[in-house]
Design a protein around this ligand. Sequence first.
Ligand code: PMP
Length: 294
Amino acid sequence: MSQKVYLNGELVAKEDAKVSVWDHGYLYGDGIFEGIRAYNGRVFRFDEHIKRLYESAKAIMLDIPLSKEEMEEAVIKTLRANELSDAYIRLVISRGVGDLGLDPQKCPEPTVLIIASDIELYPPEFYEQGLEVVTVPTRRNIPEALNPRIKSLNYLNNILAKIEANRAGVLEAVMLNNEGYVAECTGDNIFIIKDGKLITPPTYVGALKGVKREVVMEVAPKLGLEVKEEVFTRHDLYIADECFLTGTAAEVIPVVKIDDREIGDGTPGDYTWDLIELFREKANSEGYPIYDKG
Ligand code: PMP
């Protein structure tokens, strides 16, 4: 069966899913996106992801030509057309076709794209052994320039950091903000555990309000962890008892080395293991059913 992609209201074959070179998503990175996961025939935290998509659209003054309900229906339709129960879903809404100038007023029709595909995870050994990461020179965009809470098509800031991680021979980069506080990673939120407290940077530091970040903050009190949104520095990373990242693609992934310093004893921590377990339980039991309705 050939993969079907949703493009502007139609389900088209993967090979025919083409967008104009005049699309401002391509010319200027003018647009927004979401990454969502489905587990066991259920879309996990569907409303939260769709809400964030519409909030990103509002922030960049992009009118999505579908209601939230219609967008959810379009996602379900795409999943069904591809007979998927476990999937990574990518929604992309760009400003649409315009002229060569950057003025969005010249783009009458946004482009709406939904790709649902088999999941791509970090290799399983990283969940068992943990990741090595580095802090990088490229600072996270300041919220006053391009707010990291907007999931925009402008990922060049993160890509520069990713290049620095690649060159250091590791998979992920920790980005600091302009004041030196830890913000987030190129595609994940970051958490540390210190003395029984679970700490993640507040989003105003320069981090996306990650949906998986919220899930972890919800379940952590079950383990007796006190949950805090607090600014912290590179030094706090080095002396953390445990560290892990969260994201739709990564789920919850332990970090065992930062800038050549071992975190804790250099293996994934006990709380991190328990959080991975609690996350997986939730992901496999909750969510919006793809096939049971209508
Ligand atoms: N930060 C950035 C920069 C991201 O791209 C992502 C992935 N969407 C995240 C954090 C994690 O967010 P979520 O848990 O909603 O996937």
